[in-house]
Design a protein around this ligand. Structure first.
Ligand SMILES: Cc1cc2nc3c(=O)[nH]c(=O)nc-3n(C[C@H](O)[C@H](O)[C@H](O)COP(=O)(O)O)c2cc1C
Length: 226
C-alpha cells in the first residue's frame, strides 16, 4: 500500500482541515501567529532540512518547541534547534519537568499540532506498536487524541517499501488518525533515486497549516512554562 498525503478514514478524529492555512498575501504566515507547535525530530539524514522548517515556523510567529530522539542529535545538534526556536530542546525523557507534570505530558498538553520530521522507520514502528521509550514516542503516546499529528516520513526506498513499514504506516493512519505528507520520489542520501525522500520544508508547512485547530481551542490547553 502506498500511503496517501492524508487519510480520510482516520478514526481518531485528529485534524481540522478547514481552519488555518489561509492563502493569499501574508495568509499562510498569519495562520501561524502565536500557534503552539511541537516539532519532533527523529534520526534520519533529512534532519538538516528540519532546521529550515523550524526557522520558517518561528519567522511566521509560531511558538515552537523541538523534541529530538537521541539518534536525531547525532545528525544535528540541539543547539541548532534551540537557537532557531528560541527555547530549550527536549531530548531526554528524564530531563526538565514542567512543575509537577512530566515534561512529555506538559508538551503533549501544550501543543496544538505536532509535526514529526523526519519520521524514521524506527519511530513510526515504535508508535504503531505503542512503544514509548524516548521523548518523541512518549510525547506522541501522551498526546490528547484531538491534537493533530503530521508525519513527514524519510527513509531509503527499500525501507519505505518494506511491508512492515507499510503496515506500520497504515496503523498510524487508520488507528491513530495521523496525517502524512510525502515522502517524495527523488535523490536519496544513499545516492540513488527512489521513493522515501522527505518532503521539502515548504510542503510540510503547507500540509501542517491545514491541520491547525480553530483559534481558541488551544487556549484551553495547559500552558507550557518557559
Ligand atoms: C547515516 C545514517 C542515516 C540514516 N538515515 C535514516 C533515514 O533517513 N530514515 C530512517 O528511517 N532511518 C535512518 N537511519 C537509521 C536510524 O537512524 C535508526 O533506525 C535509529 O535507530 C532511529 O532512531 P529514532 O527513530 O529514535 O530517531 C540512518 C542511520 C544512519 C547511520
Amino acid at each position: 500500500m502506498a500511503p496517501s498525503a492524508d487519510n480520510p478514514s482516520a478514526r481518531a478524529g485528529r485534524g481540522h482541515r478547514s481552519a488555518g492555512g489561509e492563502s493569499g498575501p501574508g495568509g499562510a504566515d498569519a495562520a501561524w501567529h502565536a500557534r503552539k507547535v511541537a516539532v519532533a525530530v527523529t534520526g534520519g539524514i533529512a534532519c538538516y532540512k528540519v532546521a529550515a522548517l523550524v526557522s520558517r515556523l518561528s519567522q511566521a510567529g509560531a511558538t515552537v518547541r523541538v523534541l529530538m530522539t537521541e539518534a536525531a542529535t547525532r545528525f544535528v545538534g540541539t543547539l541548532t534547534f534551540e537557537s532557531l526556536s528560541g527555547a530549550p530542546v527536549a531530548s531526554s525523557i528524564w530531563e526538565a519537568q514542567e512543575h509537577h507534570d512530566s515534561q512529555h505530558v506538559g508538551l503533549a498538553r501544550w501543543c496544538e499540532l505536532l509535526i514529526v520530521a523526519p519520521a524514521t522507520a524506527d519511530t513510526i514502528a515504535k508508535v504503531a506498536a505503542g512503544i514509548c521509550d524516548d521523548i518523541v514516542s512518549l510525547t506522541l503516546c501522551a498526546l490528547p487524541c484531538q491534537t493533530p499529528v503530521l508525519l513527514a516520513p524519510s527513509m531509503n526506498e527499500q525501507m519505505w517499501n518494506n511491508p512492515i513499514t507499510q503496515r506500520n504506516m497504515a496503523t498510524v493512519q487508520r488507528v491513530l488518525g495521523y496525517h502524512v505528507v510525502g515522502p517524495e520520489t527523488g535523490w536519496q542520501a544513499c545516492r540513488t533515486e527512489g521513493a522515501g525522500r522527505m518532503s521539502e520544508p515548504e510542503a510540510i508547512l503547507e500540509a501542517a497549516a491545514k491541520l491547525l485547530p480553530p483559534l481558541g481551542r488551544g487556549d484551553a490547553l495547559k500552558p507550557l512554562r518557559a
